[in-house]
Design a protein around this ligand. Structure first.
Ligand code: PMP
Length: 442
């Protein structure tokens, strides 16, 4: 085979990296070569404290023995089984385990391979559900400004991040967006859920009136938006969305790709906020980020509508070659075992007060204009450099990495979401490291 780049194995040109400034990266690459528990090792031999659980996914920490062993065993026993018209026991076992930790009534799951696929799966279930019920005019989808729902066509259509949408044409038709809830002028330095802005939910009522409820299939929101800077729902906001959706027969979908599996100290954010959607979209922490897998939880009401619907619709015409893949299923079961054995699905609740205090201790640092937190999620928003948005936070990211800390930045916000196994001493280390970065000039 000809190698057209004439490259050596470690040449960096061939891999076109996602969501990465390729030119910058390839001049100064940052590579991880191994990981254990709370730490990564870099290609140049340094240790990096993981302040972001990889990408919000490695909730139990890195290279956990139960998970590694389950993957090894499953790969040696049944590596793959076709996903359609055939099954294997692990996929069913996992579904039962998932239903056990889900809120009451979420008795069924569909499998996917990522958050993006979970989102598009849920949107398709919503559209099909109304058709099965004989209400096929309900075809509109409502998302939210600053929402992130992955990168597939459904997800970017309901998503509200301009840069993720603008290169790709008109996207899905029949989509509208609610305003986001971020009110930095009124809610800066709030601990937990902000006081102001819950009434923004009534904008949904306006959108419903505009299009007429009979045309609307579903509303999708992240209970806590992560990728757009950690936007925590104001008090009463999610409850109000639920009320409006219920009143108008609209399905409510929670995208819990980052909040699922213990991030807030409950298995899912639905339980934390005590607001029950009709579907819960998950991925990431389902397998501790180790193997790509997602799951969409649906209520019995939705599932049963299909089962009792017309014969030709009982088969749901959707699925993936790797839906419920045996190795992914085994990894997910071992992940749930690890979460259970170590109490990780509730650990964020125990750590939250310490986390909150430590983070808000950074309020006096240079450039800090807001600090937000909930569960084991934190955000430190920095004043943007005039005319150069995102630059300050990105240089904080680079400097932190040099100093042995993995933080994540979105816009001018540092977003933190450490593995749920983090200790108080490691929280102190993370926060002291960020203080050092902010104080030594960025
Ligand atoms: N939804 C939300 C809320 C997310 O945060 C993400 C990923 N950060 C996704 C969907 C997409 O997940 P994936 O990258 O696995 O496709």
């Amino acid at each position: 085979m000809s190698n057209r780049l004439n490259a050596t194995p470690n040449d960096l040109r061939a891999f076109w990296m996602p969501f990465t400034s390729n030119r910058q990266f390839k001049k100064e690459p940052r590579m991880f070569v191994s990981a254990k528990d709370m730490h990564y090792k870099t290609h140049d031999g340094r240790t990096v404290l993981d302040g972001t659980a990889g990408l919000w996914c490695v909730n139990a920490g890195h290279c956990r023995p139960l998970i590694t062993e389950a993957i090894r065993e499953q790969a040696g026993e049944l590596d793959y089984a076709p996903a359609f018209q055939l099954g294997h026991p692990k996929a069913f076992e996992l579904a039962n385990r998932l239903v056990d930790i889900a809120p009451d009534g979420f008795n069924h799951v569909l499998y996917t391979n990522s958050g993006s696929e979970s989102v598009d799966t849920a949107l398709k279930v919503a559209l099909a559900y109304h058709r099965v019920k004989g209400d096929g005019a309900r075809s509109r989808l409502i998302g939210r400004e600053r929402g992130y729902h992955g990168v597939n066509f459904g997800g970017i259509s309901v998503g509200g991040i301009v840069s993720n949408r603008k290169m790709f044409g008109t996207l899905l038709s029949g989509v509208d967006h609610m305003p986001h809830t971020h009110m930095p002028d009124r809610n800066a330095f709030t601990k937990g859920e902000p006081e102001h802005g819950g009434d923004i939910a009534s904008e949904l009522e306006r959108i419903v009136t505009l299009h007429d409820a009979s045309t609307i299939a579903a509303v999708i929101v992240e209970p806590v938006a992560g990728s757009t800077g950690v936007l925590i729902p104001p008090k009463g906001y999610l409850q109000k969305l639920r009320e409006i959706c219920t009143k108008h027969g609209i399905l409510l979908i929670f995208d819990e790709v980052i909040t699922g599996y213990g991030r807030l100290g409950t298995p899912f954010a639905a339980q934390y906020f005590d607001v029950m959607p009709d579907m819960i979209v998950t991925a990431k922490g389902l397998t501790n980020g180790v193997i790509p897998m997602g799951a969409v939880f649906v209520t019995s009401e939705i599932h049963d509508a299909f089962m009792q619907g017309p014969e030709h619709m009982i088969e749901f015409f959707h699925g993936y070659t790797y839906s419920g893949n045996p190795i992914a299923s085994a990894a997910a079961i071992a992940t749930l075992d690890t979460y259970r054995d170590e109490g990780l699905l509730t650990r964020a609740a125990t750590l939250a007060p310490y986390w909150e205090k430590a983070l808000h201790g950074l309020r006096d640092c240079p450039h800090v204009i807001d600090i937000r937190n909930i569960g084991l999620i934190g955000a430190i928003e920095l004043a943007p450099i005039a005319g150069e948005p995102t630059k300050r936070a990105f240089s904080a990211f680079l400097k932190a990495y040099e100093n042995g800390l993995l933080i994540r930045t979105t816009g001018d916000t540092i977003a933190l979401s450490p593995p749920l196994i983090i200790t108080e001493a490691q929280i102190d280390e993370l926060v002291a490291g960020i203080r050092h970065v902010l104080e030594t000039g960025i």
